[in-house]
Design a protein around this ligand. Structure first.
Ligand code: SAM
Length: 482
């Protein structure tokens, strides 16, 4: 039997099934101990946590106790603490991105995904480099600066060379004032050599969702194809980090398995990356299974209500305070509105989940990976963020200045967000307002920028930021960053 070891390179040891079951039993045994819950919450308080060296503030066992606790007072404290941590470490910025679906060819048999190989009804499509160019121009014309590329796994149709060439194409397009400055990649688990190639092609974050951490359930849900190998998939982030990719993203597809199991394992995965590589995950995504062609989420029987979903988000924020958290347009406006308060730091906007969806006028639903709940345009999302007190940010500075991996984490822990990320957010928002915003959004934006400038603590930096923003408005300069 595998023994729990957070530093082990073997999936069954760092995501150890027995340790998860013991964690869940411990959580059930202690969930009514309100003093313990308060002591755990106190450990994660922003006044205490910045002095800590690790990416995690509380252990997976402690986090599991909080998740199991049903006390309404503790649950209110959890949400408040998540809000406080969010503001202390991230401020009120929200980073924007869009997914770009390159190809839906796939050889895997994932039961929850419409791209599965046996789906004969879905039209298969792979973008040519010219089509990618058109998609990227459409995305740049919306105002996007950061993309996450998505593809099914298919060595024949989507080999690594295709992904690399596509990244090169995306980075090369400079349409009007547009530019994609960071390309994150969400493709299937691959070899260390291929991760090295992605690093050389200037990948932003390598994102790979675990789907489910429960090996038995994983094997049921992935009956065929290379993705059916649980260890290969679960150890992929290790291979990516060994190959030099500093920023890796984790995620669970909530709804496939019991959420308490997934949550404990997700925190264990973060602990493992920290123990093995000295740096935790750069991001954690929280997708929930959605309806799609050939897919009915109810068949998985583990759907989580919005309230539990919000609590999970708040607890991830508390347990792993320096890790960015991503929510996509799988979720509705109202769910996203709540999630933003409890710790989400990145959202997608104006998304299409179909191959070629940004160019084609009538939305081609037939190649979609999942139904998009939040169908608003990027401009509407930007206005809504500002109306809710969030600064929309198109910043990609950390990655371009080499502040990735542990350098980003120590920057974040050192409390530099207000002197760097905050002005960078305001400057990139200014570019958006000048180039792409509707008059209503622009009006909201310029007034927000005025009041937010005052929050930059360092006077010189504040003045320089204001000066740069004037230059952007007057068309004299752009792409400034701290
Ligand atoms: N093909 C790559 C892989 O297998 O990891 C990644 C790309 S896939 C396009 C991105 C993610 O979409 C998957 O990891 C899965 O979590 C999610 N997904 C698949 N089907 C979904 C559905 N019906 N609802 C919501 N998300 C889904």
């Amino acid at each position: 039997m595998a023994v729990y070891d957070p530093k082990s390179p073997h999936a069954d040891e760092f995501i150890n099934h027995e340790e998860i079951l013991e964690t869940l039993a411990y959580a059930q045994a202690h969930k009514d101990d309100l003093d313990l819950c308060r002591r755990i919450l106190a450990k994660a308080h922003p006044n205490v946590a910045p002095k800590q060296e690790h990416c995690t503030c509380i252990t997976h066992r402690e986090a599991a106790v909080l998740l199991a606790c049903e006390d309404s007072g503790i649950n209110a404290e959890i949400k408040q603490l998540a809000r406080d941590i969010k503001l202390a470490y991230y401020g009120n910025r929200i980073v924007l991105f869009a997914p770009l679906y390159l190809s839906n060819y796939c050889v895997n048999g994932c039961l929850y995904c419409p791209y599965h190989a046996k789906n004969r009804d879905i039209p298969r499509r792979k973008l040519t480099q010219d089509e990618i160019r058109s998609e990227v121009i459409a995305l740049q014309d919306m105002g996007h600066k950061r993309l996450a590329i998505e593809a099914g796994e298919d060595p024949k149709h989507n080999p690594i060379d295709y992904i690399l060439e596509s990244m090169q194409t995306i980075y090369s397009i400079k349409h009007k004032n547009g530019a994609i400055r960071r390309v994150n990649v969400n493709i299937a688990a691959t070899t260390e050599d291929e991760y090295r190639m992605l690093k050389a092609a200037e990948i932003g974050t390598y994102i790979l969702f675990q789907e489910t951490y429960n090996r038995a359930r994983y094997e049921e849900l992935h009956p065929t194809g290379p993705k059916s190998d649980y260890a290969w998939h679960t150890e992929a982030h290790d291979r990516a980090m060994t190959a030099g990719i500093d920023d890796v993203g984790l995620g669970v597809l909530f709804g496939l398995e019991g959420y308490d199991y997934e949550f404990a394992a997700l925190i264990m995965h973060a602990e493992h990356l920290e123990a093995s590589f000295g740096v935790g995950p750069h991001t954690i995504s929280v997708p929930r299974v959605k309806p799609a062609m050939d897919i009915d989420p109810d068949t998985f029987d583990n759907g989580i209500p919005d309230e539990v979903f919000e609590k999970i988000i708040a607890l991830i924020r508390i347990a792993v305070p320096y890790t960015g958290m991503i929510i996509s347009t799988r979720e509705s406006q109202s769910v996203r509105e709540a999630a933003l308060q409890y710790g989400i730091s990145q959202i997608s906007g104006g998304s299409r989940t179909s191959v070629g969806g940004y160019v084609e006028e009538a939305r081609p639903h037939d190649t979609e990976q999942f139904d998009v709940s939040d169908q608003r345009t990027l401009d509407e999302v930007i206005a809504w963020l500002m109306q809710n007190g969030h600064i929309p940010s198109f910043c990609t500075a950390c990655y371009r200045a080499g502040r990735t991996g542990d350098r980003f984490m120590s920057f974040c822990k050192g409390g530099e967000i207000l002197n760097y990320c905050h002005p960078n957010a305001l400057m990139t928002l200014s570019e958006y307002l000048v180039d792409y915003a509707s008059p209503k959004t622009a009006e909201l934006g310029w007034s927000m920028i005025q009041s937010e400038l005052a929050k930059i603590p360092d006077e010189k930096r504040r003045d320089l930021c204001a000066h740069n923003i004037d230059d952007i408005r007057n068309g004299i300069g752009r792409d400034f960053r701290f």
